[in-house]
Design a protein around this ligand. Structure first.
Ligand SMILES: [Ca+2]
Ligand SMILES: [Ca+2]
Length: 400
């Protein structure tokens, strides 16, 4: 597993980072406090939009997701990598779900996300994505909350999808229900470095993709929606919604517009945010491993025909090395943030805002923190949170 080095050697040359740099041991980090970071001494100009972070919950063990169930309960859930889901207000109460007995955790493996479908308050069923014991394969499965119970029953698991993982890293892991009610699944390229199996561009594998499946229609284990883009292609898996992804660790849908924002972790040089408007027919090819960000990967030139370039990217440097895709702010409390997509970097702790004005996407630095930002999340009301992986604290985003 690659480490982010702070030896004083040039980062881009020495960090042969073969993976999403998420989840390293705490000792490997401290990027924001490593000294000599030019960003620390260059605050944005006065008057620019700034955010602050207020601790909202602590004591979580390696949190990797913050989300809500949309069930009117007001609960905000925190996913812990080893295999538990807790509520933000209490890190020590019996967990909402505990599947540590079947999760292979460590590095980039673990319980990676939970998603609650529309109607969860009535159906009491929800979905998780984890890497399983003992082989590290990706599992997407359904669990039930028994009637009369506030917590899930770990014995109710129904496995819907299993995807073998050739390497320990790049497991993607995001689950999210789109505005169409289908389940979207983020799959990394399988791992190692540089996508040696060329999974990103191979439509016969589920690796290196975003998948779209119908898990709520009553068909076992799931149905492939009739509108999926490659159903008529005999050399493609029908579950594929978009391809050319390296490790879409986090993606999200704008709760107002339905637009999809994808943070795809780069190889050694560029981190990127990809965009897909609501109403897209799918089939977008986001470029990996032909391109890394808006640049040819490992080549002076390349054929970018048909590839969808990112709407934002940043180069490694100033401590930046692994993007954590975020969320569009739709809360009521901070009008200045309205419609802004917040995202950050796991290594540097920096957080940016991205917003489209006409045809132009503009990025601004919102704050520079010392946190290992593993996830952005929101509650039912649209308040935004970040999870600080190493310290186990969840912060609420406020604007100044
Ligand atoms: Ca993998
Ligand atoms: Ca790309």
């Amino acid at each position: 597993m690659d480490r982010k080095e702070h030896s004083g050697r040039p980062r881009q040359a020495t960090v042969a980072r073969s993976l999403n740099t998420l989840f390293f041991a705490l000792l490997a980090f401290g990027c924001g406090g490593s000294g000599g970071d030019p960003a620390q001494g260059n605050p944005p100009p006065p008057g620019a939009l700034q955010i602050s972070l207020v601790a909202a919950g602590s004591g979580f063990a390696q949190p990797v997701q913050v989300t809500h169930a949309g069930d009117g309960s007001g609960r905000t859930f925190v996913v812990e990598q080893a295999g538990t889901i807790r509520t933000l207000d209490n890190a020590v109460a019996p967990p909402f779900l505990d599947i540590r007995d079947r999760v292979l955790s460590g590095g980039e493996r673990g319980l990676l996300s939970v998603a609650f479908p529309p109607g969860f308050a009535q159906t009491r069923r929800f979905y998780v994505n984890y890497t399983r014991t003992p082989d590290g394969a990706t599992v997407v499965s359904r669990f039930l909350v028994p009637s009369g119970s506030a917590v899930a029953d770990s014995a109710t698991e129904t496995v819907l999808l299993t995807v073998p993982q050739p390497f320990a890293n790049h497991n993607g892991g995001q689950l999210a229900f789109g505005p169409d009610g289908y389940l979207y699944i983020g799959m990394g390229d399988g791992g190692s470095g540089g996508d040696p199996q060329n999974n990103g561009q191979n439509k016969e594998t589920l690796l290196g993709k975003i998948l779209r499946i119908d898990v709520e229609a009553g068909q076992a284990p799931y149905a492939v929606p009739p509108g999926n883009p490659f159903l008529s292609d005999n050399a493609a898996r029908g579950e594929i919604w978009a391809l050319g992804l390296r490790n879409p660790w986090r993606f999200s849908f704008d709760r107002v517009t339905g637009d999809l924002y994808i943070g795809d972790v780069g190889q050694n040089l560029y981190e990127e945010i990809d965009f897909q408007p609501n109403g897209s027919a799918g089939g977008e090819n986001y470029g990996w491993n032909v391109m890394e960000g808006a640049h040819c990967y490992g080549a002076v030139s390349c054929n970018s025909t048909g590839l969808v370039l990112p709407v934002a990217e940043y180069a490694h440097g100033q401590g930046d090395c692994s993007v954590t895709g975020g969320i569009v702010y739709r809360g009521a409390e901070f009008p200045l943030l309205q419609g802004t997509y917040l995202y950050g970097d796991y290594c540097s702790g920096r957080i940016w805002g991205l917003k489209r004005t006409g045809a132009v996407w503009e990025t601004s630095l919102l704050t520079d923190t010392t946190h290992q930002i593993s996830a952005f999340g929101e509650d039912e009301a649209g308040n935004l949170f970040i999870a600080a992986y190493g310290t186990g604290t969840v912060y609420r985003v406020t604007a100044e």
